[in-house]
Design a protein around this ligand. Structure first.
Ligand code: DX5
Ligand code: ZN
Length: 224
């Protein structure tokens, strides 16, 4: 599977988000990662559907919406209408995960599941055939700029093994602390969709930073 970079606008300049999204695309981003936080599941607040709709016209890249909210089902129709393409929901807050993933698909989006660092990959086995991708959090969600948690590499490896054993084609995404120092290790473990916030939007030029990170990632790709 190809290696893709997904710039996370959580670290972007919010006063000029449209331009930031365009720069992320020019830098080689394959999709835009949008972190939705509700102040309950995580202790932070971010973007709603109106903002997503406002930036939709700045790019044709897919919008990858990471729902860090206590009740994701409630927001599925509004984010679908706003132009989200892929929606990932946390295993930890979905007692009826199969139904929630189906709801996302019914609204025309690709469903995905996310797990926190302390949640085991094997809990996902029953629903792996339903998902477009699995997002492995490599920090505890809620904030950008945190340090990568190394044991999550074992989880990425396990997920890759499960995919092979089960004959599936879902993609493996990683989010949190992915930067020039850690990117080779996540790619080596098997991640193909790389979310990066501060490593891309760090004030040193979005296009240059994105391209440099992507180059390092592709060099580390065991399949290349
Ligand atoms: C954290 C978010 C991430 C965040 C990553 O809760 O899910 O998407 O933007 O930021 P960095 O890349 O700075 O760790
Ligand atoms: Zn995220």
């Amino acid at each position: 599977m190809p290696i893709d970079l997904l710039p996370s606008i959580l670290a972007a300049d919010f006063s000029r988000l449209g331009e930031e999204v365009k720069a992320a695309e020019r830098g080689g981003g394959s999709a835009i990662h949008i972190d939705v936080m509700d102040g309950h599941f995580v202790p932070n607040l971010t973007f709603g559907p109106a903002l997503v709709k406002a930036i939709r016209k700045y790019t044709t890249l897919p919008f990858d919406c990471h729902m860090m909210v206590q009740r994701p089902d409630d927001f599925v129709p509004a984010f679908a209408d706003a132009g989200v393409n892929w929606m990932s929901i946390h295993y930890e807050v979905c007692p009826h995960l199969h139904r929630s993933l189906q709801l996302i698909r019914d609204h025309g989006m690709e469903p995905a599941v996310v797990i926190n660092p302390a949640t085991a990959v094997d809990l996902l086995i029953p629903i792996l055939p339903m998902v477009h991708h699995v997002l492995v959090m490599s920090v505890n969600p809620g904030f950008g700029g945190q340090r990568f948690i190394p044991y999550t590499l074992t989880k990425i490896r396990r997920l890759k093994e499960l995919r092979q054993n089960m004959g599936l084609t879902f993609r493996i995404e990683v989010d949190g602390g992915v930067d020039r120092d850690t990117v080779a290790s996540v790619v080596d473990a098997g991640a193909e969709m790389l979310v990066a916030g501060t490593a891309v939007f760090n004030g040193n030029g979005v296009e240059k930073e994105a391209q440099a990170l992507l180059d390092l990632a592709r060099k580390a790709d065991p399949a290349a």
